[in-house]
Design a protein around this ligand. Sequence first.
Ligand code: SF4
Length: 107
Amino acid sequence: MQPKDTTSNTAYMGFTNSACPFMPCHPGVEREFNCLFCYCPLSALECPGPYKVFVDRNGVKRKDCTACTLPHNGYKRAWNFIQRWLERPVFWKGCEQDPERVKNAAD
Ligand code: SF4
């Protein structure tokens, strides 16, 4: 096994599960569809995605990430995006998304 920082093989950065019955689950993905982050590692953290907030049957605020393509848009691109946001994780407190943050994520 090679440490990931010393290999040129990028297969760990993503994959596409074409057999998934939910495909395409997030409309608007332009690059390879990355299924590695199907359960987004940022779901309990602050993030720049265009999520909506809803309250589940247990009264807990959750993110509806249907409109977000950030963890799915390309293998390398999505991998780098997730790594960058995990460097300094901040727990999400259930707030609505700030449209300015979403706008800046797309820049
Ligand atoms: S909005 Fe996007 S980046 Fe944020 S938690 Fe949801 S899927 Fe992940």
